[in-house]
Ligand binder design. Structure first.
Ligand SMILES: Nc1ncnc2c1ncn2[C@@H]1O[C@H](COP(=O)(O)OP(=O)(O)OP(=O)(O)O)[C@@H](O)[C@H]1O
Ligand SMILES: [Mg+2]
Length: 266
């Protein structure tokens, strides 16, 4: 038995991200009482170079889950592990991008990306290393030619590319993306989905991405997680999505839509 375990090298490698038994309630406004649980006993695992998409009805707790994984909301119950180690608070190798790029308007694109290296827990870098990192991140998102532009000169899609570069500059192992493309038009959105695949292929990060959109989930995910609400839990999940052919993909789309409608009308 011991020999069989030792022969499996993958057995020693913990998942990139593990959420173990996460439960969460918010406090009622102006009261010490707590509300109904938003999340209850939620478990999730994510591997390197895997794109998992979190899909679910509005208000089911997707952003809360992402914020807990990012260490932006304090954990009440359960554990967040990154590379097998418990993590509390923001992690230097975890990058988070929200729906709005939130760039600093007084800095140009290059400086906004460099700002990602000025945040807490950044590695100490020489001027040269800092410059190389910024160029590398701009190149990864295809914004190398726009480094001197001001945020006001950027389209919505370009703004989100810069927001991605600002986290990529820290060479994250995990990207947590909360509806990052939902404010964009359909063509730009498809471009950005291709960009996420490129980034994962080039640097092998794990990605957990929240979306409302079933077609976006199918276009992006290796794995699709469907959440239900009250309390928020993973209702269903599908793996191997990228390997499906067109016919299987249509069947899956139908299945997801049916399950979503079951969740919305219990
Ligand atoms: N800071 C907070 N205080 C109190 N309640 C909150 C807070 N943040 C979120 N909630 C509540 O928790 C529930 C889950 O919110 P959350 O934003 O995680 O949902 P979501 O799935 O991301 O929704 P959407 O799809 O609309 O973005 C909602 O009912 C929301 O009103
Ligand atoms: Mg949300």
């Amino acid at each position: 038995m011991a020999a069989a375990l030792a022969a499996d090298p993958s057995a020693a490698i913990p998942p990139l991200l593990q959420l173990e038994g996460i439960s969460h309630r918010f406090r009622k406004r102006r009261s010490a009482e707590v509300d109904q649980p938003i999340l209850q006993e939620l478990h999730l695992e994510l591997a390197m170079a895997e794109i998992s998409v979190l899909l679910g009805p509005s208000g089911c707790g997707k952003s809360t889950l992402l914020n807990l994984a990012a260490g932006l909301v304090e954990l009440q119950r359960g554990r967040v592990l990154i590379d097998g180690l418990p993590s509390q608070g923001p992690h230097p190798r975890v990058g988070v991008v929200f729906q709005q790029p939130a760039l600093l308007p007084w800095l140009n694109v290059y400086q906004n990306v460099g700002f990602g290296l000025s945040l807490k827990h950044s590695e100490p870098l020489s001027r040269r290393q800092r410059h190389d990192r910024i160029e590398e991140a701009l190149d990864l998102v295809g914004m190398g030619a726009h480094a001197a532009k001001a945020p006001a000169q950027l389209s919505g899609g370009m703004g989100q590319r810069v927001a991605l570069a600002r986290v990529l500059v820290r060479r994250p192992r995990l990207l947590l993306l909360d509806e990052p493309f939902s404010a964009l038009d359909a063509v730009t959105r498809a471009d950005m989905q291709g960009l996420v695949h490129n980034i994962v292929a080039r640097i092998g990060t794990g990605v957990l991405i929240v979306t409302h959109d079933v077609d976006e989930a199918l276009a992006l995910g290796d794995r699709i997680l469907l959440m239900r609400s009250q309390p928020g839990q993973i209702h269903s999940q599908w793996t191997g999505v990228r390997a499906l052919d067109d016919r299987e993909r249509l069947d899956l789309r139908r299945d997801i839509l049916r399950q979503l409608s079951d969740i919305l009308q219990p």
